[in-house]
Write a protein that binds this ligand. Structure first.
Ligand SMILES: O=C(CO)[C@H](O)[C@H](O)COP(=O)(O)O
Length: 285
């Protein structure tokens, strides 16, 4: 399969995942996305975001658009492509931030009432493990992000290389974000710590007195866990606690993750179906 502007290179296959690197030939191509003033992490975010938009966005699509600092680059690139190629796409944002950015760029914004079925969702992540399980919610938007991703036929993650881990918790030390109903946050903390150990804390605002309040009017807990877990089970256990709205554990949802590297290249990891072929994004064909 030919990716936009790239030929697939090395394959490191396992039974469920495939890793691809665009190095070294990608290096020069991806460099077109980089500007000399940017630091390497910023460049890495931009390279991953541009690659995902270039590979996965096609005319006529409905797109889920995530939140965070990496998605800013995806929105910029999307706006460029929409203008240059006269694309007709509609975007469902996952937060006030992404809605505002999309609106500023003049992109068509919709919601899940009008557009409940999405072709592709693209979002950042705080950490991605070897099986493409994610920790999300560093920007307190995990509930809407999970709903939007669940409505997409294909879910793509974009991140810089620091987010790429074998196991969740290896790189991301701030814990699993959990959105909770405000009046229940203390019982939820107690229940999580009793059932699963670790420590859960109410996230406090940076330039605001008191807690962070999500776009849904709720609070965020950050649960620091002790050791590697059965994340599917943990996710279900936390979700069952009264007062929990949603967790930042995205288990078995992402089909592909792009990682921007410090040298300007981009690698990706993708899920394979049982017969060893990639779980296909129809728009890539
Ligand atoms: O989950 C998120 C927001 O809730 C973000 O996608 C995640 O925090 C990654 O953000 P960034 O691109 O800034 O690293």
């Amino acid at each position: 399969m030919k990716l936009r502007g790239f030929t697939r290179l090395a394959r490191i296959s396992s039974c469920v995942l495939k890793e691809n690197s665009y190095k070294p030939s990608l290096f020069c191509v991806s460099r077109r996305y980089c500007s000399s003033e940017m630091d390497l992490i910023t460049q890495a975010k931009q390279s991953a975001a541009y690659q995902a938009i270039d590979n996965h966005v096609k005319n006529g699509q409905a797109l889920g658009i995530g939140s965070g600092s990496t998605i800013v680059f995806a929105i910029n690139r999307l706006a460029e492509r929409v203008q240059e190629e006269n694309l007709n796409v509609v975007c469902v944002p996952t937060s006030f931030q992404s809605k505002q950015l999309l609106t500023e760029k003049g992109l068509a914004v919709s919601d899940l009432e009008r557009t409940p079925s999405l072709d592709v969702a693209i979002d950042g992540a705080d950490e991605v493990d070897k099986d493409l399980n994610l920790i999300k919610g560093g920007g307190a938007a995990c509930t809407q992000e999970k709903i939007v991703a669940s409505c997409a036929k294909y879910f793509v993650v974009i991140a810089d290389h620091r987010k790429d881990s074998k196991l969740l918790g290896e790189q991301w030390k701030k814990g699993v974000p959990i959105e909770v109903i405000p009046m229940g946050y203390v019982p939820v903390i107690r229940a999580i710590e009793k059932k699963l150990g670790g420590k859960a804390e109410l996230r406090m605002g940076a330039n605001k007195a008191g807690p962070v309040v999500t776009d849904n009017g709720n609070f965020i807990l950050d649960w620091k866990f002790d050791e590697t877990k059965d994340w599917k089970k943990v996710n279900m256990e936390i979700s069952m606690i009264p007062g929990v709205v949603e967790t930042g554990l995205f288990i078995d949802m992402a089909q592909r993750a792009y990682f921007g590297m410090p040298d300007g290249s981009v690698t990706f990891r993708e899920k394979l179906s049982r017969n060893g072929t990639p779980e296909c994004d129809e728009s890539e064909k």
